[in-house]
Ligand binder design. Structure first.
Ligand SMILES: Nc1ncnc2c1ncn2[C@@H]1O[C@H](COP(=O)(O)OP(=O)(O)OP(=O)(O)O)[C@@H](O)[C@H]1O
Length: 263
């Protein structure tokens, strides 16, 4: 299919043979798309991301990058095409923020190559885009969780990969930064990048994604436009929580929880 950058075809995966986590997941991500992946805790979202990145091997099925099976690519070529922002990343070495973001350039250059003028300009642009230029000289290890998250996103931008995979990118970000990040992601997608991101916030999927995929019982149960997927019925099925959905006068759509249920 045209424009598909990253595709999962009938993926199966289990950490333990008697407990399948994914049981036939298919998904295609096209240039310009922001795909939000929703699912309950333990539903297999992070596992799916790791399969898409080639960090885990599916027991059945294939992941394709630019149409070629992932296992046919070298790790370095995958890193040039796909950037990953994991949920948490321990960073024992106290890199300065600028140096951490510059690590994104390794995929483009050799590990021991000196950064050239273009590399420095790309790093500066990434810091500016995340509005963290003022943190550039601070050690990463001394930053707050949310500041670290912004640095990891800047590093992914510096990598200049056409696909960016993010595991709960809004975690730890304050309310303003959460919505600024969603807006930035849409801007970057409009420039032709593709995003796959897990989220625990259906509102973020409604307001920030161009497509929403719901994982339930190890399968994709919904895949479509945010307004078609993030419905009270589907939210109840996924989270066991009743919500009402309202369109505001400005056109925005919001969910209002009705109270928890274990049904
Ligand atoms: N390394 C592992 N070894 C064994 N089981 C694992 C491992 N990692 C995850 N699991 C199990 O696989 C299932 C899916 O986990 P995964 O982390 O993919 O879910 P998730 O949807 O990302 O969850 P959350 O929303 O809580 O982050 C869970 O039942 C989890 O316990």
């Amino acid at each position: 299919m045209s424009g598909v950058l990253l595709a999962a075809e009938d993926l199966h995966y289990a950490y333990h043979a008697d407990r399948p986590v994914l049981a036939g997941v298919s998904l295609a991500v096209r240039a310009g798309e922001v795909v939000a992946l929703l699912g309950a805790n333990g539903g297999g979202k992070s596992t799916l991301l790791k399969l898409l990145l080639g960090l885990l091997e599916p027991s059945r099925g294939t992941v394709r990058l630019d149409g070629r099976p992932l296992r046919a690519w070298s790790r370095r070529d995958v890193a040039r095409r796909v950037a990953y922002i994991p949920q948490t990343q321990a960073m024992p070495f106290p890199y300065k923020v600028r140096d951490l973001v510059a690590l994104g350039r390794i995929a483009r250059r050799g590990l021991f190559d000196r950064l050239n003028r273009t590399d420095h300009a790309v790093v500066d642009a990434a810091l500016a885009r995340l509005a963290i230029a003022d943190l550039a000289e601070r050690p990463y290890t001394e930053l707050s969780g949310g500041q670290r998250q912004l640095c990891l996103i800047a590093r992914a931008l510096a990598q200049e990969a056409p696909v960016i995979v993010m595991d709960e990118p809004a975690t730890g970000l304050d309310y303003g930064n959460q919505w600024r990040l969603l807006a930035l992601v849409r801007e970057l997608a409009a420039e032709g990048r593709a995003f796959v991101q897990t989220t625990h916030h259906p509102e973020h999927a409604l307001g920030g994604a161009s497509r929403v995929v719901m994982l339930y019982g190890g399968r994709v149960v919904e895949d479509g436009a945010p307004l078609d997927v993030v419905t009270p019925e589907h939210v109840r099925r996924l989270y066991g929580l009743g919500v009402t959905r309202h369109r505001l006068a400005d056109g925005n759509v919001v969910l209002v929880p009705q109270g928890a249920s274990h049904a």
